[in-house]
Structure formats: structure tokens, C-alpha cells
Design a protein around this ligand. Structure first.
Ligand code: PPS
Length: 286
């Protein structure tokens, strides 16, 4: 199947699930509620993991919901058209919604609301590696002919949801607002308990230690990989080929070391330093 992209506000979107009409509606007409929570990320940054964590926090660690309902129905994708629109329309308040939208495409009503935003970020090198494997299973991405080709497209922002650099720099404009929480994939890997507690505090939903234990247990890579409601095998075949590929691939920090040549590392580092020099946030991968 051929993958087609269209451009919206300088960003590339896959026609299979996204449309100009929906994006325009979202930006200008979608009403953000004060009690909404938005999980925002650049693709391959740990969104599915965070959907699981938030689902479990909402249920006090009880895994029943996560075992019975697919993740895209528990926390629907705001941006997706077609069937996704119905899921967003039907979700009850307080709504938890996921989105890959860059800040300049996000519903304008967010910026005058008290809605909470959890932004999950991941080292761009690991994002790129994850994206490379994802491109071979998803019909939302054009198949790159080589890792080098995808690296160039990624660095130039010629991939769905645009440039990683612009995405993170855009959303970091909100970093000092009290309704914004930055979490990294690396924080979650290195201190999952501490990071979950931070998320609970942000959501004003403190959990007992035993409930935190359950969130930890059921959102682990191995638990999620075994759970068909969480490992994306419920995603329709026309979107993703999960028969021959695993969405829950490795789930580690630093897999880029198994994919990058020294030359590619130096090239990406030089572009990273150039594009990120003006940002006053220190990330764990810096
Ligand atoms: S997507 O398609 O944009 O929604 O992808 P996203 O969910 O953001 O990122 C997918 C990567 O997250 C890894 N993942 C996890 N890592 C550790 N622990 C848990 N529980 C977990 N769940 C998902 C998933 O394996 C993808 O990373 P890679 O590096 O490809 O393994």
C-alpha cells in the first residue's frame, strides 16, 4: 500500500488517518475543557507507555480496564480523523486525550484554559531508531530506502509531525506554566516510581504506595508486551502490520548505538547542537 502525505501549516501528515478539515476544526473550533488532560509527544517518544501509566493511575492501579479496553479507546487520539473523531466525542470528563500535534497546530482554546499537558520527550537518536523500525510496519509512514535516508528526512522535518527539534522547542515554551509537565522516556526508565509519583502529584491524584506498585508492575515493558489491549495488536491491519512486526520492540535507552555509525553520530550531534543551542532546558541525553 502506498503512503500519501499532505502538508498542513508546514507539517507533513499521513492522509490515511489525518485530514485538513479535522486539523482546521481542532485548531479553531475544538473546545478544550479546564479539566482535560493532554498527553502530547513527538512520535516514538513513549506515548503508548504513558497511556498505560495514566490509565492505571486513573484506576488506582487496577489493571482491569487496561486488560479489557484497547489503549486507543481508553485515551483516544485527538488528531486522528474518521473513527477517531467518535472516540474523542464520546470520552467522558475529565477527558484524557493523546496528541502528536506540534504546538502551532494545537487547539487554540488550550492556551486560555486550565487543562493539563503532560509532554513526553525522548532522546532524538532513540526516537529515530524507533521510527525507522516503525516505518517498516506502519502504513502511516513512507518506507525509507535506508537508515541514512530516514536520518536526513528526520533532521529536515520531512516526516509525519515535522521536525523533532521544532516540536520540542515549540512545546518547551510552556515549560514554566503550572499546567505543564515535562517527562522524559529516560526519566521513566531510570526512575519509574519517582516519575509516576511526580505525575500523580501533577494530576492531584496521589496514590498509596501499593497502588503505585501496581502501576509499575502493569506498565512494565513485559506486561504491556503480553497485553493485546496495550501492545497495539488491536490496531487495524490497514494501519499497522503487527503480524510480522512488534510495536513493543525493545523499549530501551541507547539502542541508537546499535544502529549509528560514528559518522552518523557526529553528523546528528552537530545538527542537534546547532538547533538546540538557544533552548534553556537540560535533557538527560544532552
Ligand atoms: S507512537 O507510535 O508514536 O505512539 O510510539 P510511542 O508509543 O510514542 O513510542 C514507542 C516506543 O516506546 C516503547 N515502549 C516502551 N518502552 C519501555 N517500557 C514500556 N512499557 C514501553 N511501552 C512502549 C516502544 O517499544 C517503542 O520504542 P522502541 O525503541 O521502538 O522499542
Amino acid at each position: 500500500m502506498d503512503t500519501h502525505y499532505f502538508q498542513h501549516k508546514g507539517i507533513c501528515f499521513a492522509s490515511l488517518l489525518y485530514s485538513q478539515e479535522r486539523l482546521q476544526y481542532l485548531e479553531n473550533e475544538f473546545h478544550v475543557r479546564d479539566d482535560d488532560v493532554y498527553l502530547v509527544s513527538y512520535p516514538k517518544s513513549g506515548t503508548t507507555w504513558m497511556i498505560e501509566i495514566l490509565s492505571l493511575i486513573c484506576r488506582n492501579g487496577d489493571v482491569t480496564w487496561c486488560r479489557e479496553v484497547p489503549n486507543f479507546m481508553r485515551i483516544p487520539w485527538l488528531d486522528v480523523g474518521g473513527i477517531g473523531v467518535k472516540l474523542v466525542d464520546e470520552v467522558h470528563s475529565p477527558r484524557f486525550l493523546a496528541s502528536h500535534l506540534p504546538i502551532h497546530c494545537f487547539p487554540k482554546s488550550l492556551f486560555s484554559s486550565k487543562a493539563k499537558i503532560i509532554y513526553i520527550a525522548r532522546s532524538p537518536k532513540d526516537v529515530l531508531v524507533s521510527l525507522y523500525h516503525y516505518a517498516h510496519m506502519s502504513y502511516l509512514m513512507k518506507k525509507p530506502s535506508s537508515f541514512d535516508e530516514l536520518m536526513e528526512d528526520f533532521l529536515q522535518g520531512r516526516v509525519p509531525f515535522g521536525s523533532w527539534f521544532d516540536h520540542i522547542k515549540g512545546w518547551m515554551q510552556m515549560k514554566d506554566k503550572k499546567n505543564f509537565l515535562l517527562v522524559t522516556y529516560e526519566d521513566l526508565k531510570q526512575d519509574q516510581r519517582g516519575t509516576i509519583k511526580k505525575i500523580c502529584t501533577f494530576l492531584e491524584n496521589e496514590l498509596e504506595e501499593q497502588a503505585v506498585d501496581l502501576v509499575l508492575e502493569h506498565s512494565s515493558f513485559n506486561s504491556m508486551k503480553k497485553n493485546n489491549m496495550s501492545n497495539n495488536t488491536m490496531v487495524p491491519d490497514y494501519i499497522m502490520d503487527t503480524k510480522n512486526n512488534q510495536f513493543m520492540r525493545k523499549g530501551i535507552i541507547g539502542d541508537w548505538k546499535n544502529h549509528f555509525t560514528q559518522e552518523q553520530k557526529e553528523y546528528m550531534d552537530s545538527i542537534y547542537h546547532e538547533k538546540m543551542k538557544a533552548i534553556d532546558v537540560k535533557f538527560s541525553w544532552d
